[in-house]
Design a protein around this ligand. Structure first.
Ligand code: UDP
Ligand code: MG
Length: 332
């Protein structure tokens, strides 16, 4: 079932998560509309307002009123980037769906090349960053280290230096929609799905306006989520740490018994004792903490809450988007 049969009636959905992007939006919408004009297929632009506190929602609705290709999903509060992306994917009607950031760090023009590769028969075309302009050295090194660590521990290989900028065929989108988990690390989930995937190298540009919506705290959370949802290796590491420290403790015990029985210096050794106690205490706390992270995840999964709450759909057909996952939709 290749989409290459004919290009008429093919549809492309472009999903753009926005959180406090009032400064970037004007330029982003302009570039994306130009992209839609340049594409030889029907495109829809789905902007997801992730509970912005600024004028993002208002501006988006204005754009939607002016251009029938623009749709807006307004979430009831800030749910986070990955959930916002999910809400967009759920509502997308296209034969292929593109994920793209609102700050133009992912150049819209690269979508043309993604579509070309899709027509060659690839089901996922993910952008890999050859260069990242205007990011701090700290972000670059931590990101590099993170993607390598993630790959080391992950149960599925996840391409290096790859963000969410990508095109996915409908079959991949349907597979994603069948994955109900609450902790969503979208790029990892797409890797997990499989099918034919290929990379498209691109230069990651500087943010067009505004500031990063990923402060260190969110970045750390994102990293922890990624690792914990794609690997049970941390549990194995904590078991290994436990075994190593138990082995060391055993040596220490033999040593202590030996001193007690055969020498007269057995009151000494307070330092060694403290080291052992503190080390074991540390290892135990870490292990319990890791366990706790997984238990916490189980807890949030079993609550079975909807992933996100939609306050309003704007610019969709009368009955709203047709979806397999039904979010809770607030209606007056
Ligand atoms: N974003 C979002 N919800 C959030 C944080 C970010 O929808 O809670 C959006 C943001 O508007 C942008 C994209 O996710 O379109 C990536 O965020 P950002 O550019 O701030 O991250 P960075 O590029 O600095 O990693
Ligand atoms: Mg950005």
């Amino acid at each position: 079932m290749k989409p290459s049969a004919g290009t008429e009636n093919q549809r492309l959905s472009i999903v753009v998560p926005c959180y406090n992007e009032e400064d970037a939006l004007g330029e982003t919408v302009r570039r994306l509309r130009a992209l839609c004009d340049a594409l030889d297929l029907d495109a829809e632009l789905i902007f997801v307002d992730d509970g912005s506190a600024d004028r993002t929602r208002e501006l988006l609705k204005g754009h939607a009123a002016a251009d029938a290709r623009i749709r807006v999903i307004g979430l009831s509060r800030n749910f986070g980037h990955q959930i916002a992306v999910t809400a967009g994917i759920d509502a997308a009607a296209g034969d292929a769906v593109v994920l793209l950031d609102a700050d133009l760090q992912d150049p819209p023009e690269a979508v043309l090349e993604m579509v070309a590769k899709w027509r060659e028969g690839f089901d996922v075309v993910y952008g890999t960053r050859t260069e990242r302009v205007g990011e701090s050295a700290f972000k670059l090194t931590t990101a590099r280290a993170f993607y390598r660590l993630l790959n080391l521990v992950s149960d599925v290989p996840i391409p290096l230096d790859t963000g969410d900028f990508r095109l996915m065929d409908r079959k991949v989108v349907e597979a994603l929609k069948a994955m109900p988990e609450k902790d969503r690390f979208v790029r990892g989930m797409v890797s997990w799905v499989g099918f034919r995937q290929t990379a498209l190298p691109y230069r990651r540009e500087e943010r067009v306006a505004g500031t990063s919506k990923y402060p260190l705290r969110k970045m750390l959370r994102f990293g922890v989520d990624a690792i914990l949802s794609f690997s049970t290796r941390p549990l194995q590491v904590s078991v290994a740490l436990g075994m190593i420290s138990a082995a060391l403790a055993l040596l220490g015990i033999f040593y202590a018994v030996f001193l007690r029985l055969f020498t007269s210096i057995w009151v000494e050794g307070w330092t060694a004792l403290m080291i052992a106690v503190l080390f074991l205490g540390g290892v135990q706390l870490i292990s319990v903490g890791i366990l706790g992270e997984y238990v916490g995840r189980i807890y949030s999964e079993i609550k079975r809450r909807p992933l996100y709450i939609v306050q309003e759909y704007v610019g969709f057909d009368q009955d709203g988007p047709s979806m397999s996952r039904s979010p809770y939709v607030y209606s007056k």
